[in-house]
Design a protein around this ligand. Structure first.
Ligand code: M6R
Length: 616
């Protein structure tokens, strides 16, 4: 949600800002704007509701001066609709300063009342304009942007990343963050700020992450970070693992198509360096402490959306291998029900972006309650890893499409690595059993590549079904979260009603939904499973088929039992039951993507959604 970019240096700011906003588009937005101080010290502003092209059209029609410092913003509306007036930047100090904001300022009504009483007036409905007015008032009092910014952020409650500049200090951009992301890009004679490194990775891969309640000031030659009280903060740099090309479509029709195709690499890269011989040794977990892991009595996984389904999938494996009870909680439910957390509870958060506010707040809650927190995250420099005791990064590369795909398989992979590492530490899996699981893991990338070869037939199926109004998904055991993930993908990409059910639950209600022609995807477990659920799911297929359902089975290669009852079968390679989800989810992702294309929808940026949900 909301993309933020700031720049000071020798380049023309507008090019850097618009390029940065383009790379941040994936976060989700409904308006965009820039403010630049030109070479004569004049502040120029342009902002438009709608996509970035509206802003570039506006800049072409009504050019603003370009110069060495600027800020840019893509807005996902919270306070006030997505209009030109509500778009950021907002101005203060009689139009000499501009401010952009990601987040929600919770005490904006009180602040607005205070400013109204002093004679200020407002044109927008936003909380941001109030912050801009406040900053203008402080600037008049101090004549110093850093000092004014510090006293302004001290008055704000809620979640915010703010960037501001003032035409009287043309080589300076200031920023601050609380519960919302901000990273710094370190250049040579130039510096950058961004919501994430995508904003500036084209120019530099050396970055620093601004911490909670910190203020940053960048000039072409300097970067200064303090806390909200003004005390200097020691910063560490990190190198961004990927380059600008990784965040480009690279010839694919959409980012999602590219990211679906990248899934073999996402798994392989997540495994890299974490398998030693026939055993899993995750260095980050070794550093965390074997004695701590050995003493864990309970694991609680917290996550939202697709990440939560990754957690649900891994629950089966972690419990089976490490013999520790595992529960899954949606982050936004977790902390509001006063969960029982003890110091032998391990909390695992899962987040692709590392910025999901619900998960961030749940992590903080868990740590305050005494739990240790390990995060599974795909984004370097993100907030959640820094609020955690340890982090196991997935190395899926940048995921730009709003619908999560390669991050999902990488998250399951990381969680399986965690489960096997834990099992080794706790001695719950023999070396031989561990070796079998490791071999299964190593084989996953090639098997996903095989599933991807069925893309054309799944696309055809989706195009035949372009008018479908509802699709159901059934699965059992590890196939159950995959059924829910398949339904989520379809909802967000094709905007049609979709539900995922545990197949065993069918007769307890959902079967009433079955009527002639109802499409139902069934994730069929392997007939080779030890306590095989296969015959039960085949019976479920017969039950829904008898009532007219159109069955599309995702079944293991060679599974002849489903053939007489399924209208369509998508085959996946043979894998041990716990590893089937990593294969079965691929056709469901492709189906949702292709149905979206068939309906002429925006695959990468579905309506109303943001990639990174940074407000609660
Ligand atoms: O960045 P996160 O992994 O924390 O995001 C969690 C969910 O918002 C995310 O998985 C969402 O459900 C996806 N759009 C699903 O495709």
């Amino acid at each position: 949600m909301c993309g933020i970019v700031g720049y000071v240096g020798d380049k023309k700011s507008l090019e850097v800002l618009v390029g940065g906003l383009r790379r941040l588009e994936y976060r989700g937005y409904d308006s965009a704007g820039v403010a630049v101080i030109d070479d004569h010290g004049e502040l120029g502003v342009a902002k438009k509701s709608g996509k970035l092209v509206k802003l570039t059209d506006e800049l072409a029609a009504h050019p603003i001066g370009d110069g060495r410092a600027g800020i840019g913003h893509t807005r996902w509306a919270t306070h006030g609709g997505p209009t030109d007036v509500n778009a950021h930047p907002h101005l203060g100090d009689d139009g000499k300063l501009a401010l952009i904001h990601n987040g929600i300022i919770e005490n904006f009504s009180e602040l607005k009342a205070e400013l109204l009483a002093e004679g200020y007036s407002f044109t927008s409905e936003t909380d941001t304009e109030v912050a801009a007015a406040l900053l203008g008032r402080e600037y008049r009092a101090t004549g110093d942007l850093r000092a004014a910014f510090q006293s302004t952020v001290g008055r704000l409650d809620g979640a915010f990343t703010l960037l501001a500049l003032h035409s009287d200090e043309p080589n300076l951009v200031v920023g601050a963050r609380r519960n919302s992301p901000l990273v710094i890009g370190i250049g040579d004679g130039e510096n950058f700020l961004g919501s994430d490194v995508a904003a500036f990775v084209q120019y530099t891969r050396t970055a620093m992450a601004v911490g909670q309640d910190q203020i940053v000031a960048i000039t072409p030659e300097s970067v200064t970070v303090t806390d909200f009280a003004g005390a200097p903060v020691e910063m560490e740099t990190f190198q961004v693992e990927w380059d600008a090309a990784a965040a480009d479509k690279g010839g694919w029709s959409s980012f999602m198509a590219k990211e679906v195709a990248e899934q073999p690499d996402a798994v392989a890269n997540t495994l890299r360096g974490r398998i030693v011989g026939d055993a899993v040794v995750v260095p980050e977990l070794t550093a965390f402490g074997d004695e701590v892991l050995a003493g864990i009595r309970r694991i609680v996984i917290i996550a939202c959306g697709t990440a939560a389904y990754a957690g649900m999938t891994a629950q089966y494996a972690i419990e089976k291998w490490a013999r520790v009870p595992v529960t899954i909680e949606l982050s936004h439910e977790f902390r509001y029900r006063e969960p029982v957390i003890t110091d032998d509870t391990l909390v695992i958060s899962i987040s692709q972006s590392g910025e999901t506010m619900d998960t961030l707040m749940a992590v903080k809650y868990a740590r305050e309650a005494g739990a240790r927190v390990i995060s599974i995250c795909n984004t370097q420099g993100a907030t959640i890893p820094r609020e955690s005791d340890a982090v196991v990064y997935t190395h899926a590369g940048p995921e730009v499409a709003v619908a999560s795909t390669k991050a999902f398989v990488a998250q399951i992979t990381a969680l399986y690595l965690f489960g096997l590492h834990l099992a080794r530490v706790r001695g719950t899996l023999s070396a031989a059993e561990q070796a079998v699981q490791v071999a299964e893991l190593i084989a996953v990338p090639a098997k996903i590549a095989t599933v991807l070869e069925s893309s054309a037939s799944i696309a055809q199926l989706a195009h035949w079904m372009a008018d479908t109004r509802s699709v159901l998904f059934l699965g059992r055991n590890v196939g159950f979260p995959i059924a829910m993930e398949g339904a989520l993908k379809l909802k967000e990409l094709a905007y049609i009603h979709a539900e995922g059910f545990a197949a065993g639950e069918l007769k307890h209600g959902p079967i009433a939904l079955i009527e002639p022609g109802q499409p139902v995807f069934v994730v069929v477990p392997s007939p080779r499973g030890s306590a095989s659920l296969h015959p039960k799911v085949v019976s479920n297929i017969q039950e829904i088929r008898a009532r007219g359902a159109r069955v599309i089975a995702i079944a293991e290669q060679g599974d002849a039992a489903v053939l007489p009852f399924a209208d369509e079968v998508v085959h996946i390679p043979l894998a041990a039951p716990l590893f089937e989800p990593l294969l079965a989810v691929i056709p469901l992702q492709i189906f949702a993507m292709e149905l979206s294309i068939a309906k002429g929808l925006d695959v990468d940026q579905p309506r109303n959604l943001a990639k990174s949900v940074t407000v609660e």
